[in-house]
Write a protein that binds this ligand. Structure first.
Ligand SMILES: [Zn+2]
Length: 428
């Protein structure tokens, strides 16, 4: 079926920023052409029992291309995204070469277009080579359309450099996304600093390493007025700091990953490297605080930190193996399983808010009305399924949810009016 064909998503629960309504949605020529009861004309697509919503937007996907195509390519990552209900992915900049030049940004964007399964939105580095020593050409990158800057994988350690980045960022109208980790506090760290890390003999990763940088950047945002987004927050105190900053009216946003909401640090007792991640899995109390932060709006977005690694790398010992987990294809099911949220709030944190933070509300996270681009997800919030790593579209297999039963699955994903996923099956 081509983008010009007309079809009707029939009988679903339409959810967007205005709430929920029961309606059919007619799509033609890549856009929504009508919404209402008893629409006719074109192919009927069953959406009964399903939520019909603006497609999900992931603020945090490691697509590994260029440089580590053995783990993932922009095409396989895009397909994993589509299967997870995503229509846009912000591509993290820790590629090889890193996304600190217009040439690499253009390459990532072009590969995204070539795959044609989601909008691939490249982030730009804050510092050259993510080395934390000199600023990347932020103005040039912003002129090339980059709206979100991060050294993800590293936090920017130098306070003065970060202050300068925020001053430029404020002027350019872009968002700075920080990976909060004070590196001197995490040297050699493997798992959350807790009771059992000593018992297990694994070097501890203190919460303070994250919280110090959250605190610093809140204060830098206060004096510069820059928009700051906190990536993958993992501790109770981080949530509290962001809550207070928002109370002060600062332009701060924050995300949390499905794994930090669902898995605690006791999983490291298995010594299975699939549970090694940066920041590390935290305590049960941290998980409760993160969930509460999502529910009260302190945390704006769910972001996957999808981090594919080839088997060879994850077969190393815990201290040698790279941190990271897959996330795109399981995010919805994990979120529905652990978050006691209504579906309108779920659509906010998976689509509407991340689209705003990424600066792509012209095409994503929009209300479903005539004229809006048809970037949509249709998901069944009640169906259960079992995670089979070999059935994933990602090129890697490092999911921590192997064999687990999740509730909630994508039935269709529609990108630019075309099905990238139909009845749960990737179309290309
Ligand atoms: Zn990170």
């Amino acid at each position: 079926m081509s983008a010009s064909d007309r079809f009707i998503l029939r009988g679903g629960r339409v959810i967007d920023s205005r709430g929920e309504q029961r309606a059919d949605v007619a799509v033609e020529g890549g856009v929504i052409v009508a919404i209402g009861d008893g629409l006719t004309g074109g192919r009927d697509v069953d959406a009964s029992g399903c939520v019909v919503a603006p497609g999900f937007v992931d603020l945090h996907a490691h697509l590994r291309e260029p440089g580590k195509e053995e783990a993932e390519t922009i095409e396989t990552g895009s397909r994993a995204g589509a299967k997870g209900g995503y229509t846009a992915l912000v591509a993290m900049p820790n590629t090889d070469p890193p996304q600190d030049s217009v040439a690499v940004i253009d390459f990532v964007r072009e590969q995204g277009k070539r795959a044609g399964l989601v909008d691939v939105v490249p982030s730009g580095c804050i510092t050259l080579g993510r080395q934390g020593e000199a600023l990347a050409p932020m103005a040039e990158l912003a002129a090339a359309g980059v709206q979100i800057f991060t050294d993800d994988g590293n936090g920017v350690q130098d306070e003065l450099l970060m202050r300068r980045a925020m001053e430029y960022g404020k002027g350019l109208g872009i968002t700075l996304a920080q990976h909060c980790e004070v590196a001197t506090l995490t040297k050699g760290a493997v798992m959350n600093e807790c009771q059992c890390c000593t018992t297990l003999g694994l070097p501890g990763w203190p919460s303070l390493a994250e919280e110090l940088m959250v605190y610093r950047d809140i204060e830098l945002a206060r004096i510069t007025g820059a928009r700051v987004h906190f990536l993958h927050l993992s501790t109770a105190r981080s949530v509290e700091l962001v809550r207070a900053a928002k109370r002060d009216g600062l332009p701060i946003t924050a995300e949390v990953t499905p794994h930090h909401l669902s898995l605690d640090d006791s999983h490291l007792a298995t010594f299975d490297t699939v549970f090694k991640v940066n920041p590390p899995l935290r305590s049960v109390a941290d998980i409760a605080a993160l969930r509460a932060g999502v529910l009260d709006g302190t945390i704006d977005a769910l972001a996957t930190d999808h981090a594919p690694h080839p088997r060879r790398d994850k077969e190393l010992s815990l201290d040698q193996a790279p941190p990271g987990m897959l996330g795109l294809e399981t995010a919805l099911g994990v979120a529905l399983g652990v978050l006691d949220v209504d579906l309108t709030h779920l659509v906010r944190i998976m689509s509407i808010h991340p689209a705003r933070i990424a600066g792509i509300t012209d095409r994503h996270g929009r209300d479903l009305e005539a004229g809006a681009p048809a970037n949509l997800v249709v998901f069944d919030p009640n169906v259960t399924w079992q995670v089979d790593p070999d059935a994933l579209a990602s090129k890697s297999r490092n999911t921590p949810y192997r064999g687990m039963t999740l509730r909630g699955k994508v039935r269709h994903t529609i990108f630019n009016g075309t099905f990238t996923v139909c009845d749960g099956v990737a179309q290309r």
